[in-house]
Write a protein that binds this ligand. Sequence first.
Ligand code: UDP
Ligand code: MG
Length: 316
Amino acid sequence: MRTELFHPEIELSVVVPFYNEEESVTPLIEKLYPVLEQTGSRFEIIAVDDGSQDETVPRLCLAKQRFPEVRVIKFRKNFGQTQAMQAGIDHAKGKIIITMDGDLQNDPTDIPLFIEKIQAGYDIVCGWRHKRKDKLISRKIPSRIANWLIGKITGVSIKDNGCSLKAYSAKVIQSVSLYSDMHRFIPAMASLAGTDVTEIKVKHHARQFGVSKYGISRTYKVLVDLMTIKMILSFSSHPLLFFGFSTLFFMVLGGMFFIAAFSSYFSQQGFDFMMASSGVLFYVLGLFLLSIGILSELVIKTGSFRSLSSVKMRVE
Ligand code: UDP
Ligand code: MG
């Protein structure tokens, strides 16, 4: 639970998740620090350790001793990159929040341009790794397909949804709750909610140390998340419209079975219990679907999409 939304002194928060990145911790912070210092803003670096088993935590603690602007959040176990980002964002005190990877693949020298864009009034600035240094088959091709699909489904075309280097206005990102691998869909969803999103080209480096934490299986997870997004978008305004139709169908069917059962009673053939109980069954099924529809309506109205749509207006 957040107790305070904005800290008056800190303008910029940089959130970096680390999972078994022992060799990258010190060089990253050493590269990041002068860039942030040169911006002239008061800043903090929020390093989130996502349950690393290597020397990541001791190295983060050393960095904290050297640089007082470093804050460390430690997860008890590995919860995943999105959760780590969410924790960092929740604890960020700045009005501008920058997210980036902890493996030196993103370049800190790109950050000033992100800040400029946010200061120019954009709510979200996405990095576009136009010369991406990753494997073609397991990374670049699935990522192209995913970006194309996200564009088709949401109607918002963003070239590189998966790039972690992004900048957000804290007001926007702190009103969204992230789960699964959903961080990659934020720009598209936020843009649908009326926020101003832009993209800038960023540098990208091949991984120098350690190994990537993902395999091709991530593609499957992204697809499942995409289906969830599709559901959210299709039913977000009125899930009852969808459930209402099936409710009506089963209730009418139940009614017809009832009428058939009673007409057999009046036509001297005796009351058809099978027919009547099928009628009850269909009717109850209709009621059941209706309650799911009402529940979905409630979930949508109080869930993450609702909170996202709360950013569609700017109250100054
Ligand atoms: N990461 C994390 N938790 C995880 C997986 C990854 O915090 O469960 C971090 C990781 O340490 C890195 C960033 O997320 O800083 C991106 O991960 P990775 O480099 O493995 O992804 P890739 O660049 O291969 O897509
Ligand atoms: Mg990486």
